[in-house]
Design a protein around this ligand. Structure first.
Ligand code: DAH
Length: 346
């Protein structure tokens, strides 16, 4: 029997195939390829030895090297596909849903605290039979001042307080501007409305004052309306809004469009009347301005002041939210800072 040169070729082939079967991940299979089939690998070492064989054995040895190379390459391709499938399975296992994990919460918006309070105030007055009446933000000077008994030289008309859009139009400085508009729609019939909305004043922006803020106005006109109705309506409102035990107090005041005029205080919502920093140790918080509608205003609204009387009141909403939540800077309301707004999400 002719002696086979390089007998260990077949041994090498068997060993290489055996180690390939052990390569079960991507790293292992790559390492195996580098060792055996890559240009610098062992298989090429065998090829190089073909030329070194004696001439008569060269052809047969070359054929054996090719057979071995083909066997390794075929086995490698098969193993590579098997490993790829395995790796895919592993990665699916890694990505699969763990149903025991806590869910991701959806972010949802919430109402601005001013919107929430306006709606609450509206609900309370709607229950008492008031309707919501809207009037323009860009208002005639006439309705904002003149017809409310504020003649041209009145200090409240000072250029510094009012945004003038033209000689005759302003951005309303208070919701009282809608009073005469409402009366002219209802007169000579009774009127019972609230007027919520933004107001504007040409002021320096500080902790306590903004150039825009919300008010809610109330207006009730009828034959038998009296000052005690004002007290009754406002006491009911205060109790529904701030608690059943709430008390109110009226102090004499002055507004051009009411006579008499009062300012209404409620018991401090933070200390209950004991005295604290927010109520400046008085036990009371100023809530709104109010009064009996001035006869001149009633007449401007189309009523006969000898026949009917009216009560009116107006409150600042931001101020009320500040008192309810202990907020000390009115500027928060218009900055759209989510850290502030998120505190009111319900
Ligand atoms: N309009 C007043 C203001 O902006 C508030 C006010 C006071 C409204 C008395 C009224 C009222 O209806 O009767 O400060």
């Amino acid at each position: 029997m002719q002696e086979q040169p390089e007998n260990d070729l077949e041994t090498y082939q068997d060993e290489a195939l055996a180690t390939l079967a052990l390569a079960t991940d991507e790293k292992g299979i790559e390492a195996w390829y580098r060792k055996h089939l890559a240009p610098s690998g062992t298989m090429n070492q065998w090829r190089k030895r073909i030329g070194a064989q004696p001439a008569e054995q060269r052809k047969a040895f070359g054929a054996r090297v090719n057979t071995a190379a083909t066997a390794l390459a075929t086995a490698f391709e098969t193993q590579k596909r098997a490993v790829a499938a395995l790796e895919l399975e592993r990665s699916i296992a890694r990505q699969s849903v763990d149903v025991t994990l806590p869910g991701r919460s959806l972010t949802s918006g919430g109402y601005h605290p001013v919107t929430t309070i306006i709606r609450e105030v509206e609900r309370v007055f709607h229950e008492m039979g008031f309707l919501t009446f809207e009037s323009p933000h860009a208002e005639l000077d006439e309705f904002n001042f003149e017809l409310l008994n504020m003649p041209a030289d009145h200090p409240a008309r000072d250029m510094q307080d009012t945004f003038y859009l033209s000689d005759r139009t302003v951005l309303r400085t208070h919701t009282s501007a809608g009073q005469v508009r409402a009366m002219r729609i209802y007169a000579p019939h009774p009127v019972r409305v609230i007027l919520p909305g933004l107001c504007y004043r040409h002021e320096n922006i500080t902790l306590r004052s903004e150039i825009q803020f919300h008010q809610i106005e109330g207006l009730l006109v009828g034959k038998s309306v009296r000052l005690s109705d004002l007290k009754g309506v406002l006491l009911s409102f205060a109790r529904k809004m701030f608690g059943r035990e709430q008390r109110i107090r009226m102090r004499g005041s002055y507004f051009p469009f009411t006579e008499p005029s009062v300012e209404v205080d409620i018991r401090c919502t933070l200390c209950g009347g004991a005295g604290c920093r927010v109520c400046k140790h008085s036990g009371w918080l100023e809530l709104l301005g109010a009064g009996l509608v001035h006869p001149v205003v009633l007449a401007n609204g189309g009523y006969d002041p000898r026949e009917v009387r009216g009560i009116a009141f107006g409150m600042g909403i931001e101020r009320m939210v500040m008192l309810l939540h202990g907020i000390d800077d009115i500027r928060h309301f218009f900055q759209n800072d989510l850290r502030f707004l998120r505190q009111f999400r319900s």
